[in-house]
Design a protein around this ligand. Structure first.
Ligand SMILES: NC(=O)C1=CN([C@@H]2O[C@H](COP(=O)(O)OP(=O)(O)OC[C@H]3O[C@@H](n4cnc5c(N)ncnc54)[C@H](OP(=O)(O)O)[C@@H]3O)[C@@H](O)[C@H]2O)C=CC1
Ligand SMILES: Nc1nc(=O)c2c([nH]1)NC[C@@H]1CN(c3ccc(C(=O)N[C@@H](CCC(=O)O)C(=O)O)cc3)C=[N+]21
Length: 277
């Protein structure tokens, strides 16, 4: 089985980013990471994204607010960042605490700074197959991994497990743009194992540790594991039970070291594009 490593894809994206930056005069583009509270998922993404920006020669600043900040206070802070000419792009970690209306923020964010595709303007572009906006970085990272590995998507049966707005739904549209035939699964799907086994490319984005074992994988399928979970020993693991899948799959991404590393590289690529480079 081929192991599809994220580091190689990230290195390729780094070259593209640096080639673009050479033609760019002035201060490096700046990423604003907005975090409310101390959610460990948010903090590990923030940490990974910060390291990646520094490694790529880009600027990054975290804006951290207490978990009990009011809706009005958060919106005032958000507006300042959104309008700051020194801020090139924004990553707002989600979900936000309940008292803050996330829908309002989606409508407020400047679509030109919305690097993770949460604005309705950018979502509409993803659905239209118009790549002038920003797709959610994780969804785009899946496409980057497949392209870098030269795995064709045209005409392929693709099954995606998960229908969130950050992975499953936008990825289904990016896959359709690549001419794949897409099936989306969720908790109400009947015969999940059979639907997954039928796929030539299986994407796991359910957020359930090691849920997809060998019974869910067809012979010679390509398996892309988006999940980032913690297993019973406290170690990072994906949604795919890697050990049982190895004999059947043609190729698979590991966790850690797979899609996660590419997500932050796509974020850097979006930041440079937001700078107009
Ligand atoms: N690699 C990366 O950079 C990133 C990784 N992630 C990881 O990806 C995973 C998914 O994230 P996200 O999309 O935000 O998660 P959500 O919890 O928002 O969505 C999970 C989706 O999976 C479906 N699902 C959950 N359990 C099952 C099940 N047993 N059978 C079938 N479908 C199921 C849910 O269905 P329903 O809609 O019916 O509830 C839902 O649509 C997480 O592990 C997350 O940590 C997320 C972002 C970036
Ligand atoms: N607007 C928004 N978009 C997100 O995509 C988003 C979010 N909010 N909120 C939190 C969740 C969780 N999430 C993680 C991503 C990477 C790691 C992670 O551990 N990454 C490691 C690498 C892991 C690997 O190598 O596979 C790193 O970047 O170094 C964890 C969690 C993103 N999310």
């Amino acid at each position: 089985m081929r192991v599809l490593k994220g580091a190689e894809v990230s290195a390729k994206i780094k070259e593209e980013v640096q080639a673009a930056l050479e033609k760019y005069n002035g201060a490096a583009p700046k990423l604003a990471i907005i975090r409310v509270g101390e959610n460990p998922d948010d903090m590990s993404y923030e940490c990974g994204a910060t390291k990646k920006m520094e490694n790529f020669g880009l600027r990054v600043q975290s804006y951290v607010y207490p978990a009990d900040i009011t809706d009005a206070d958060f919106k005032a802070e958000f507006t300042k960042i959104n309008e700051d000419p020194d801020v090139t792009g924004i990553l707002m970690l989600r979900p936000l605490p309940k008292q803050i209306c996330e829908k309002d923020i989606e409508g407020m964010i400047d679509p030109a700074k919305d690097l993770d595709g949460i604005s309705p303007v950018n979502i509409a572009k993803v659905f239209a197959g118009d790549d002038s906006g920003f797709a959610p970085c994780t969804a785009e990272a899946v496409i980057e991994v497949l392209k870098a590995a030269e795995i064709p998507m045209t005409g392929k049966r693709v099954t995606i497990v998960g229908r969130s707005m950050v992975v499953g739904k936008p990825l289904s549209m990016l896959m359709v743009k690549e001419n794949a035939t897409v099936t989306i699964c969720h908790t109400k799907t009947k015969d999940l194992a059979g639907t997954c086994r039928n796929a030539e490319i299986l994407v796991a984005a359910a957020g359930r540790a090691k849920m997809l074992n060998g019974d869910y994988v067809g012979q010679d399928a390509v398996v892309i594991d988006v999940g980032i979970n913690v297993d019973e020993n406290g170690k990072l693991c994906g949604d795919v039970d890697y050990d049982t899948v190895q004999e059947k799959a043609q190729a698979a991404t590991p966790v850690p070291g797979g899609v996660g590393a590419v997500t932050t590289a796509v974020l850097a690529k979006h930041l440079v594009r937001a700078a107009g480079v």
